[in-house]
Design a binder for this molecule. Sequence first.
Ligand SMILES: C[S@@+](CC[C@H](N)C(=O)[O-])C[C@H]1O[C@@H](n2cnc3c(N)ncnc32)[C@H](O)[C@@H]1O
Length: 138
Amino acid sequence: MRGKDGKVGAWNHAGQPTQEFRIPDSVVEVTRQRGRIGEGIDHPAVFPLGLPKFFIEAYTEAGEIVFEPFAGSGTTLLAGQLTGRPVRAIELAPEYVDVALRRWLQHHPGTVPVLEGSGRTFAEVAAERLGETAEVTA
Ligand SMILES: C[S@@+](CC[C@H](N)C(=O)[O-])C[C@H]1O[C@@H](n2cnc3c(N)ncnc32)[C@H](O)[C@@H]1O
C-alpha cells in the first residue's frame, strides 16, 4: 500500500505480502437504533450496536480488551459481549452508569454486576443510593 506521497516505506509495510491489520471501508452500514433501548431506560445519544461491533471486530482480536471512555448507555459493553472482547468502560454521569447496567441486565438477566472493591451488587448499591428497598433488576 502506498502512502499519500506515492512511496512505499516501512510505515506502509514494504516487503510484507499483506498488511498486518485490517482497514475497514470508509462507509459503515449498520442498522440504526430505533425506539427505546429498553424498559424504563433511555439515553440521548445511543449509538447503533452494529457500530462498536464493526470497529471492535476490525481493530481487535477476540479476547483483547476494549476501552470505552464514554460508555453512555453501554452499547460498547454489549458489543464486547457479542464479539468475545472484555470491555473496560468509563462513564461520567452516575445516572447513565445505572442506565448501562440496567440495559446490560435486560440483555443478560442471569448476570450480577458487582461494585469493584466493595463486592456489593448493583442492586444493593442502587437501593441504598436511591433510598429504595425495591429490588433492582431490569
Ligand atoms: C455520545 S454519549 C455515548 C453514547 C454511547 N456510545 C451509547 O451508545 O450509549 C457520550 C457519553 O460520554 C459521557 N461523558 C462525557 N464526558 C465524559 C468524561 N470526561 N468521562 C467519561 N464520560 C464522559 C456522557 O455522560 C455521555 O453519556
